[in-house]
Design a protein around this ligand. Sequence first.
Ligand SMILES: [Zn+2]
Length: 348
Amino acid sequence: MSSHPTRRTSAPPRRSWARRAVTAAVAAGAITGLVVTSPAATASPAAPASASAFNDTRAMDRPTTSAFAAPDISLANVKSHLNQLQTIASNNGGNRAHGRPGYRASIDYIKAKLDAAGYTTAIQQFTANGATGYNLTADWPGGDPQNVLMAGAHLDSVNAGPGINDNGSGSAAILETALAVSREGLKPQQHLRFAWWGAEELGILGSRHYVSKLPSTERSKIDAYLNFDMVGSPNPGYFVYDDDRRVEAVFKNWFAAKGISTEIETEGDGRSDHASFKNVGITVGGLFTGAGRTKTAAQAQKWGGTAGQAFDRCYHRACDTISNLNDTALDRNSDAIAHAIWTLGAPS
Ligand SMILES: [Zn+2]
């Protein structure tokens, strides 16, 4: 999460992502009559997919179990990635900041995992504040290239510390979700693309560079961008972005099914990489467990933790280390991320 509020620009009108997907599917000849020929229909004859189901607002009320139920994301695996990021910071002057060796080492660690899992990875270079920055993208082969579902997290820390909650947490959670896609051999209807952004802490510069370099034809293929910036805060809240009704519902329903109440995310508005996408009219969503804001008594009542204390007392400080995490929040958010990828990426 950047401490630099980004300038709000007036976004062009957004089309519903569901309508775009169905339109594209029709154009691609994927729909015969009302039945979509998809892995969902093949794998689960009891629950045939239909064109209308994709665009049906009642889909928000679907149970979370389906032929495409996401696997449980291993907290131990997510923490193993975070331990690696902590080690990288410790070995490189205590941070993983833009322009510092710890940032490039973080990119290399994540890229190697994705390459070994069968992803098509790419590193995009840009210059910011006189230093070279890097974005990493990882495409899962397959899915409809006209309908891209993206999930991203910024990988850079501030100079002050190792940036384990901000934002090793989101980076590790989407990495482990991407690896689960590979392990499960997921054949989603959407094309999946994961991204790790550089120079977010300088004002979402990496993601802004990525979006600025995307031709408009490529932008229009992105049905939704999901952002995960701080998902393991030590005194956590459970916040869901409210930018898009359908995407928001996928997350809210997951938490509701576990008996966990959520609130609309407001602390990070315009302060993380989703803003780069939202500003050009792309549908966005995401999760957040809180930064420098103080947890209220009412929030402590429903979520536990300490009222009157920040969600993350180590936000942008040297103490944002491997011990600056709430394991329960990290585990829940990682599972919710996988649920969203499985639900939005492979609609059944
Ligand atoms: Zn930050």
